[in-house]
Design a protein around this ligand. Structure first.
Ligand SMILES: [Zn+2]
Length: 89
């Protein structure tokens, strides 16, 4: 398991993913979100929001969402009056 190269805390996959997204896609060492927040001089909360954002976009670096959830896709929901626009990027 990878560790943060500053504080040696064990990293979760999201922390590795956000580091790759925000710092270096090909990085071989990573920062935990606490150290990453310090690195960018932003609140740790912002890093968590970014992780959420990338995950919602379906970024493959963020593995938390099971890929077999297709049967529960939004298409099966009853139509809403106002359909939310999907932003696929
Ligand atoms: Zn750290």
């Amino acid at each position: 398991m990878s560790q943060c190269y500053q504080c040696q805390r064990p990293l979760v996959s999201d922390e590795i993913a956000i580091y790759r997204k925000m710092v270096d896609r090909g990085a071989g060492r990573f920062l935990c979100k606490t150290c990453l927040a310090a690195y960018f001089s932003v609140p740790e909360e912002l890093i968590e929001k970014k992780i959420e954002q990338f995950r919602r976009q379906g970024c493959l670096l963020f593995a938390a969402q099971p890929l077999n959830g297709e049967s529960a896709s939004k298409e099966t929901d009853p139509p809403q009056k106002e359909r939310k626009k999907h932003v696929n990027s």
